[in-house]
Design a protein around this ligand. Structure first.
Ligand code: C2E
Ligand code: MG
Ligand code: MG
Length: 522
């Protein structure tokens, strides 16, 4: 198929005509948009815009337009022909629909990007395709975007997401990792500058790019290592980039990424060991409220190592190296002394899926709170899903010990891992915390609210309360309240802070507050 500069099809034959659904002649003069699912228009448009004289791009997969949406998938490769008045030559084939991320413009977040990367690495292993991981930093993007009117701002976001995806392997392998930081997996061509230049050019089509600079680097995803080591080195490299940006010089080879990571892991393991031994970590407290009344219910205690940065990389490392139990117990101990000092406080602590199956854990907790009845019913355990629970029956036995002591038990991150339903079925729980990704999605409407309503219904039948985390806006709060969720947590009520700060009394419906509703769990 050839598409002219006015978006009209000037030539079609073979698979192109078949896929577009008509004989060649009937397609001539019509816009390509008629044949592509509207959800993929931005992507295909970006692909055409990125295609410059002579260079080939793709394949990128997208969906065909079909009444009701969700059409069949196809893959497209493009090349702009210099001798052809700017027309783009497109080769189409049947293909599976794209695997895209849930963030704006089909970008992935770190977690789903890693999953997409793993799939691509495994597929490339079979076909012999060479891949690379490219890091793109757009310095000045935040302040540029803040100064723009809403419409231009979303045009910039659309162009940016489109440009990254159009240049990614299969069209679905691009991620937003943080403010101004993006990553792409793509066929290795060793030319990340062109990738960055295209991003700048596409943004430049919708906004003045003064003050914006791009830097792009890449790391070839090849080496004398297994696919799982490749995937892991990709993760380490992403962590490096997330933390230090391109100023830190993200790794250039898999070996480099692995070496750096070994070094860093040893440093971290040492740092963790002394933080636990010297109790030099602190806790940050984030409020959890009753959605019905807006009243405070408890605080979640989140560990902090020195600064206010997320402890997540440290936690993940501790889980991988089996060092997490010591930390979890030290946090429980600190929470217990905080509770002893403030009889009105209720605290939830996080416990890794690793720790909960450890034989020593319930015994240690009993030692810490066994003789303190005034504390036990103010201590809540959140079992996190960052590490899978290996033996559910052991975990459940330990959970029952905690509950017999009078503590509540909550399952964290519900829906984040593959095993959530099995956990819900086999563990005796008081509360289920619905993973933030489903909650934040509510902002955009869509299917998540159906999912949440049904989950709430199921939990109600099981006698389990529900908690929505990452409630950031009043709209989301209303949506989860409508869905029947019991508790809310998120920036709307307060970020984690060094001391337990009371949430603003903004949410309580006046009538409920006047009635002075007093509620308790169970
Ligand atoms: P989590 O238990 O799901 O904790 C919620 C995380 O989301 C916290 O990140 C919190 O700062 C963040 N958050 C809270 N409200 C919002 C919001 O409205 N929007 C957004 N975007 N984020 C919000 P943090 O503190 O970085 O903790 C990350 C994870 O580290 C925790 O996730 C938990 O799995 C783990 N963790 C933290 N402390 C401990 C601990 O003492 N032991 C164990 N095993 N894990 C811990
Ligand atoms: Mg938690
Ligand atoms: Mg969570």
């Amino acid at each position: 198929m050839e598409v002219g500069v006015d978006e009209r099809i000037v030539f079609a034959v073979g698979a192109a005509a078949t896929l577009a659904g008509g004989p060649e002649q009937s397609l001539i003069g019509r816009s390509w948009r008629e044949f592509v699912d509207p959800g993929d228009h931005d992507l295909i448009e970006a692909l055409f815009l990125c295609a410059q004289s002579g260079a080939r791009l793709g394949p990128v997969s997208a969906r065909l337009a079909e009444p009701g949406g969700g059409g069949r998938g196809f893959a497209i490769r493009v090349c702009r022909l210099p001798e052809n008045r700017g027309a783009v030559s497109c080769a189409l084939t049947r293909a599976a629909p794209p695997f895209v991320g849930g963030a704006e413009g089909g970008l992935h977040d770190l977690q789903s990007f890693e999953a997409a990367g793993k799939r691509l690495i495994e597929a490339a292993q079979a076909t012999g395709e060479q891949l690379e991981l490219a890091f793109v930093e757009l310095a000045g993007l935040e302040s540029l975007v803040q100064g723009l009117p809403q419409a231009t701002r979303s045009a910039v976001q659309t162009r940016l997401a489109g440009a990254l995806r159009a240049q990614s392997a299969g069209g679905g392998a691009a991620a937003r990792l943080g403010a101004e930081r993006y990553a792409v997996i793509r066929g290795a061509d060793g030319n990340p500058e062109a990738l960055g230049a295209n991003v700048m050019r596409l943004i430049g089509l919708v906004a003045e790019t003064e003050g914006l600079t791009v830097s792009a680097r890449s790391m070839a995803l090849t080496g004398e290592v297994s696919p799982s080591q490749l995937a892991r080195s990709m993760r380490y490299a992403l962590e490096d980039f997330l933390r230090d940006g391109s100023a830190g010089g993200p790794p250039l080879s898999v070996q480099d990424a692995l070496n750096r990571s070994v070094r860093r892991t040893l440093e971290r393991a040492n740092a963790l060991g002394s933080a636990v031994a010297e109790r030099s970590f602190t806790l940050a407290y984030q409020p959890v409220v009753w959605l019905k009344t807006g009243a405070l219910h408890h605080y979640e205690a989140l560990v902090r190592f020195g600064d206010d940065a997320s402890p997540f990389p440290m936690i993940r490392m501790a889980e991988e190296l089996d060092l997490i139990e010591g930390l979890d117990l030290a946090v429980v101990e600190k929470a217990v002394s905080t509770l002893a000092a403030d009889p009105k406080l209720r605290l939830a602590v996080n416990v890794s899926g690793r720790t909960i199956t450890s034989p020593a854990f319930p015994t240690c907790v009993e030692t810490l709170v066994g003789d303190k009845p005034a504390i036990r019913d103010r201590l809540i355990f959140e079992i996190t899903e960052s590490a899978a629970i290996e033996d559910l029956s052991v975990a459940d036995r330990h959970i029952q010990v905690l509950r017999r002591l009078g503590c509540m038990v909550c399952l964290d991150d519900f829906g984040a891992g593959a095993a959530s339903l099995a956990y819900l079925q086999q563990l005796s729980l008081d509360v289920v915390k619905i993973d933030g990704r489903y909650i934040r999605e509510l902002q955009h409407g869509g299917r998540q609210s159906t999912f949440i309503r049904h989950l709430v219904g199921m939990c109600a039948e099981l006698g389990v309360k529900t908690l929505a985390e990452m409630v950031e806006s009043a709209e989301v709060e209303e949506a989860v309240r409508q869905a029947g969720v019991d508790f809310g947590q998120g920036y709307l009520y307060g970020a984690p802070s060094a001391t337990p700060a009371s949430p603003p009394s903004r949410t309580a419906p006046v009538a409920a507050r006047r009635r002075g509703v007093v509620e308790s769990w169970g």
